[in-house]
Design a protein around this ligand. Structure first.
Ligand code: PMP
Length: 374
């Protein structure tokens, strides 16, 4: 049987495995930060109607510039942030992953460097690898905040072409204060003109304001967002960026023509028209997050501050065993490779109840094991 490594594959892909969490059939899945609420029935009906409308026109390519969708997203961001955003500042693609990939294709590439603050969203470094960009990891401090002194040193030394800041951060949970982002932006520009990308995939779940208004006078600042989380539409695959119109022009140089299907564009418009109903779930998830954090803390766990629809908790002597123990109790969570910690998405109240029961049992099992004389 031919294996990948028998093919003339790029050197950096040899011995690699594809990115992705285990897909297991379990009663409670809290491992990929999905919104647990199915789309409401009136929206489902509106979507079915939209598909019917566009289906007859599928002999034609979609709107290459996704003008209606970009205007819809601009309207939503304006309402959500209170800051007027023009459609010329918005660009959309198949998930914010594709938006980020396009940013790397336009601003990274061979001979260029991108810097991120880790632990963070692993896809950033993988997109760097895939685009031939050198990845530089600047470690966060012990509390998973960005250590400004270490960041300044790394920026001066490495002179990256791209800087990635995830806020709220995945998997650790907390948002990055706007002041920190602005300091990083200014410091990065001292070394060379550098694109600073704020990945705000979980922005709606934070009590801190979005960083979108900051793009106004900063042509090197980009905020990426998604419909996968707050809109509960991970299966739709729509992400977007807000930036200077010149950034939108730049990503258009690298995007594939007709990258967003007519069906995707139409369904995203329907979801935007129901944004008020969908965003009501965000408030419920934030309430549930508060409950999960306080219950986990009451059990005895150390829980990291979270502005996101997930929580990172621990400490575990053996994360692999603790992850398996949770699974044995029917709950799939995520081992993101952060030492001694695991991450669980916030689910529906019923799912969270099962999760908390499992977490209680695992706490007893692991602390009992630790106190058993050897
Ligand atoms: N950024 C972060 C921080 C994420 O956690 C995710 C999804 N897990 C994404 C971006 C990508 O999301 P999507 O492509 O679905 O928009």
């Amino acid at each position: 049987m031919t294996r990948i490594d028998d093919l003339p594959v790029r050197d950096e892909l040899r011995g690699q495995t594809p990115y992705g969490a285990p897909e297991l059939d379990v009663p409670v899945s809290l491992n990929v930060n999905e919104n647990p609420y199915p789309l409401p029935e009136p929206l489902v009906r509106a979507m079915a109607e939209r598909v019917r409308e566009v289906a007859g026109g599928l002999n034609r390519y979609p709107d290459r510039n996704a003008l209606e969708l970009r205007a819809g997203l601009a309207g939503y961001v304006t309402r959500a942030t209170g800051h007027p955003v023009d459609a010329r500042r918005v660009w959309a693609a198949n998930g914010s992953n594709e938006v980020i990939q396009q940013l790397f294709q336009a601003f990274g590439g061979p001979g260029r460097r991108a810097l991120g603050f880790e632990p963070s969203y692993t896809m950033h470094s993988l997109i760097a690898r895939n685009s031939g960009t050198t990845w530089i990891s600047c470690m966060r401090d012990e509390g998973f905040g960005i250590d400004l002194r270490a960041a300044r040193e790394a920026l001066a030394e490495q002179r990256p072409h791209l800087v990635l800041i995830t806020s709220p951060n995945n998997p650790t949970g907390a948002a990055v204060p706007a002041k920190t982002v602005l300091e990083l932006y200014d410091t990065a520009q001292e070394a060379r003109p550098c694109m600073v990308v704020v990945d705000e995939a979980y922005g709606e779940f934070s009590d801190r304001p979005s960083l979108v208004p900051l793009v106004e006078d900063r042509p090197h600042l980009v905020v990426t967002r998604t419909m996968s989380k707050a809109f509960g539409a991970a299966g739709l695959r729509v992400g977007y960026l807000v930036a200077d119109p010149a950034v939108v022009d730049a990503v258009q140089l690298v995007r594939l023509p007709y990258h967003l299907s007519s069906v995707t564009q139409a369904l995203a418009m329907a979801a935007l028209e129901h944004s008020d109903t969908l965003l009501a779930y965000v408030e419920q998830l934030k309430d549930e997050r508060r409950r999960v954090v306080s219950e986990l803390t009451a059990i005895g766990y150390d829980v990291n501050e979270s502005d996101a629809p997930f929580v990172q908790f621990g400490p575990f002597d053996d994360t692999r065993r603790a992850w398996q123990a949770m699974l044995d109790h029917g709950v799939l969570i995520r081992d993101n490779g952060v030492p001694r910690r695991l991450r669980a998405s916030v689910g529906t109240p019923a799912e969270n109840e099962v999760f908390l029961q499992a977490a209680r049992a695992v706490w007893k099992e692991t602390t009992a094991a630790a106190s058993t004389p050897r």
